[in-house]
Write a protein that binds this ligand. Structure first.
Ligand code: AMP
Length: 217
């Protein structure tokens, strides 16, 4: 049976990192709205120009815009073995839209894995995060430094800080998460779709918590 999975959690919980590993193991297609929006900003498309000011401030891009790009993408992914949603949905309105889009496309409903990490840990993780401009690999100045300062181990590309990873914007992203995204926990719990894992610990430890849930369904 096709599996559709939502990874829910604050920015910096490690959703992107875990999404990559889970997609690989279960053959799911990763759908990250953050990556799609950053790509649009980089290319300077009308979508990117619309999204940039929200992203730079750590605010959410309006629901209708994000729901529109997910709808388009889901049509392309109709025959995928399953989709792993990373960073979407982020509001109850997006979650409701996702439920109906999946139903319309006759795809299976989602199961949701919430990754829990304290705010203080999030701030340390995100402000120290560095990303390779060329291949997108993630590093951390303290927890996962590259061998050569400022250079990607994998491809030699330059490491940069994401525009929204400065402390002020990170604090705002957390505020937005608590206000707009955490109500999704109740929404999915009531629907019986929610599973919760601790998001602290090594990448391997967190992965094995998620893996033991997914391998049992
Ligand atoms: P992320 O890489 O998931 O942390 O997303 C980076 C930024 O993109 C967020 O701070 C938002 O501005 C925007 N964004 C990504 N996904 C969504 C979404 N589902 N709804 C609204 N805005 C989003």
């Amino acid at each position: 049976m096709a599996k559709n999975v939502v990874l829910l959690g604050p920015p910096g919980a490690g959703k992107g990192t875990q999404a990559e590993r889970i997609s690989k193991k279960y053959g799911l297609v990763q759908l990250s709205t953050g990556d799609m929006l950053r790509e649009a900003v980089k290319k300077g498309t009308p979508l990117g120009m619309q999204a940039k000011s929200y992203m730079d401030k750590g605010e959410l891009v309006p629901d209708d815009v994000v729901i529109g790009i997910v709808r388009e993408k889901l049509k392309e992914l109709k025959n995928a073995p399953g989709v792993l949603f990373d960073g979407f949905p982020r509001t109850v309105e997006q979650a409701k839209a996702l439920d109906s889009m999946l139903e319309e496309e006759e795809l299976s409903p989602v199961m949701v894995i919430q990754m829990e990490v304290d705010d203080s840990e999030i701030i340390e993780r995100l402000t120290g995060r560095r990303v390779c401009e060329k291949c997108g690999a993630n590093y951390h100045v303290k927890f996962n430094p590259p061998q050569k300062n400022g250079t990607c181990d994998a491809c030699g590309g330059p490491l940069v800080q994401r525009a929204d990873d400065n402390e002020e914007t990170v604090r705002n992203r957390l505020k937005v998460y608590h206000q707009s995204t955490s109500p999704l926990v109740g929404y999915y719990r009531e629907a019986g779709k929610l599973r919760v894992v601790g998001g602290s610990g090594s990448i391997d430890e967190v992965f094995s918590r998620i893996d033991s849930i997914l391998s049992s369904v």
